[in-house]
Design a protein around this ligand. Sequence first.
Ligand code: SF4
Length: 702
Amino acid sequence: KRVVTEFDKVTDSVCPFCGVGCQTTVYSKDNKIVLVDGRDGPANENRLCVKGRFGFDYAMSKDRLTKPLIRRDDALKRGDIDMRFMQVSDVFREATWEEAMERAATGLTRIRDEDGGGAIAGFGSAKGSNEEAYLFQKLIRQGFGTNNVDHCTRLCHASSVAALLEGVGSGAVSAPFMDALKSDCVIVIGARPGQNHPVAATYFKQAAKQGTKLIVMDPRGQELMRHASHGLRFKPGTDVALLNAMLHVIIEEKLYDQQYIQANVSGFEALKEKVKDFAPEAMAEVCGIAADVIRDVARIYATSERSIIFWGMGISQHTHGTDNSRCLIALALITGHVGRPGTGLHPLRGQNNVQGASDAGLIPMFFPDYRSVENVDIRGEMEDFWGRTLDPKKGLTVVEIIDAIHEGSIKGMYVMGENPAMSDPDQIHAREALAKLDHLVVQDIFLTETAWHADVVLPASAHAEKLGTYSNTNRQVQIGRPAIDMPGEARQDWELIVELANRSGLDWSYDGVPAVYEEMRQVMASLNYISWDRLEANESVTYPSKPDGEEQWVVFDDRFPTADGRGRIVPADLRAPDEVPDEEFPMVLTTGRLLEHWHTGSMTRRAEVLDAIEPEGIAAMNPREIARHGLQAGEMIAVETRRGTIEAVLRADREVADGMVFIPFCFNESPANRLTNPMLDPYGKIPEFKFCAAKVSAASMR
Ligand code: SF4
């Protein structure tokens, strides 16, 4: 541990970045954070990664918004502008809070009153606290009368959640990632925990070191494969072929758990029928993995005493993302590898509070705790609780909202902490939608690419400046606490939501964040027996909790939370990605994150150490592919798809497969999502970020 001598405040908090939920100690002096260290939390045991340790100074950036801004009357709205070359004063003027809040509220209420609540939509944020997520969705539903509320879960694990709700009745993980240490076989598929969940990755490496079989499956190579017993670099987009082939082996060789299936599972016969055609020998060519290797990993997974599966965006961000997850669920159900320590299903959640924001109802089809907005009885309960008539139909999802703006049915938006101008697929289409809105209110800590399109910008609070609860990937609810004060006139997010609610005709009153949390507990059975005082005392509590206080780290030990208590297998068909390479666009473009940069980069690119390590927009290709294209690593290249072209610095990377180009989506100078395909998975409504057709050339040839 480093020794800090120069500080005047010590704050126990949690990391603002990934879903691992590392507990931190934040040291500050003169209202500036000087150091962040790891605490002994259940998910990190004092460990932190480079982001958690060095990514704190964005909160003190000179770029922080300190005053409300209102769009100038003469500022044009266009979707295709490059904000990096614009002056703030050309677009916005500073305003008082009174003027900004009045303008924000009247713009939204006018649209609601003239066009109906369905003309409004809200994007909340998985970076906000549970309390902010709860208030935000409540305002959109109760105040504007619509379920058009969503957040970036739609862009990460929406398809996993759709499959999990359908299969096992719960969208959350069945066991924490630390259970890898209790497993005999760990499968990591379509995830790069070394980059995106680095502290979780340390548990996988420890498990491998003590003899657990670690099977890593990913079209791109990765550092974790060095620790693995098996590294399967299958062809991109062929997940169902590979996983159905494993299911075929387990069924053909009778390695399934007949007793468990009989007692707990439905749909096995249909699965048997479906995977008959997926013999490894037939699928080897399709997925690029030798039949004997497929047989080997299937046997190891099925016959190990305890096996657990972790997955990430490589599984979910496909038009067949739900099918991919269905296959993983089927693997666990037919082998009985669920409901016991060291077994289970764990979609590694990306953002620090994507689990909590979804739990709190920041999604268009569910009230808090995944209770359907279309169920008359549930809706009646919520109408009684909130005292208003509520929208009876499911709302639109992230990409559907962007399309609805283009169609003219959505005219006003409230965006809190989300950056769709960078994160949404087919970026020009998304930015043109934002420019087309009659009224856009953006609440954020920076003038993000999205905020440039706003009519009103509300300066808000950074993670290090606020109190709130966050739920990590393990279902552990933890408290984040303010270490420093907000700059200038910036205000707390939760207070801004409350003020907007009251200016929109509601009558809300909360005397602090704990009061919001206690209201949530009245409609969220998942938080039963987890009071604010208990969180304060324990620092971390896993839900669900039993009345005697016992935390259920592993769930589904006796039954599944489905109507009949059984897990349901839904067999999956092999479907090609929406847009496959052809003569004109012969490469596969895939996107993702880097270890040092977080999502759209608004935070980490303003963190000095992190941006110094990864300072510029890159596109990575295998050296063989670079040579085939007659290019040189380090030169500027152009990457083009049917939706646009960007330029980036070419990086040689042996982890990238032949025929593929990888672009991280955090760089606004090389915005990957200008290129991506917005086609959706039909169930999870998640876009196909992981696969589209592209071509590459020297930038000078354009
Ligand atoms: Fe933060 Fe995740 Fe790194 Fe932990 S692993 S320090 S939660 S970014």
